[in-house]
Design a protein around this ligand. Sequence first.
Ligand SMILES: NC(=O)c1ccc[n+]([C@@H]2O[C@H](COP(=O)([O-])OP(=O)(O)OC[C@H]3O[C@@H](n4cnc5c(N)ncnc54)[C@H](O)[C@@H]3O)[C@@H](O)[C@H]2O)c1
Length: 272
Amino acid sequence: MAAVTGGGSGIGEALCLALAGAGMRVAVIDVSADRAAAVAQRIGVRARPYPLDVTDRRALDAGATRVERQLGPVRVLCANAGVVMPFGSVIERDEADWRYVLSVNLFGVVHTVDAFMEQLRRNVGKAHVLVTSSMGGLVIGGHIPLGPYTVSKYACVGYCEELRAALAEQGIGVSMLAPGVVNTEIMHNSSETRPGALGSQPPPPRQRGYVSPRLAAMAVTPVQAAETALAGMRDNRFYIPTHIDAAETLKDHFDTIVDEMAGQGQAGGLDA
Ligand SMILES: NC(=O)c1ccc[n+]([C@@H]2O[C@H](COP(=O)([O-])OP(=O)(O)OC[C@H]3O[C@@H](n4cnc5c(N)ncnc54)[C@H](O)[C@@H]3O)[C@@H](O)[C@H]2O)c1
């Protein structure tokens, strides 16, 4: 039995389909009732939709109880729901934006894991948690300022590393999916699900489904991302990137950190 947050679209939808294809019953959890229902319907008798908001801890606890009663205790938990904002730097956002992005991308993950923890414990030895973070949580892709999104994903990486250590002693596996660019409707969906009380956010820069040619060239499909995630979980790998060139980018990033720590600064500085 599997549960997937953000299961109504993109990577989450593909995870639901892949897990159902592997013979599991699937709880499709999404803040969008329509999207959750559509994915559950597509899968058929193996799936049920659960319209739940991962920022609402109480609703998620009650939903987790319902999931167990209807489908059994969760063995594979995918904390995948996430939102992004139109591109922009950290100095262009007000506090409401910060709180919203962190409430979904960080606290949504924490709430999801907490809500299902007892069920995972009942499946000890074969239970697994997959958290969808981002390559943007391991290294900043300098050319695209994602502001609070990047910060939320860096925090999510820290959470995952702590979670792995905490659950290793309890016999529950943890993996972190680190997608690069995946061709989904995340810009559109994030505008649509943003609570009205937070005020409007600029619309996605282009029409629905649009991915710039440069990003499109790098993008993988949600199905590819889900297949990579499942293969990684089967091998009990912790870091699961969707893009094989990620290792090179990370190596450059950490080399720069080590060089700077060793005293090789840059032009400028306090006395410039
Ligand atoms: N698409 C990419 O290029 C990319 C890259 C790196 C990381 N990611 C991460 O992958 C995950 C999935 O993103 P995607 O690209 O498939 O996006 P998507 O918009 O296609 O799917 C995300 C789903 O999460 C749901 N959701 C949003 N807020 C929610 C909430 N509060 N409670 C429950 N559900 C909620 C949305 O309704 C949507 O159906 C996210 O965590 C995202 O940050 C995506």
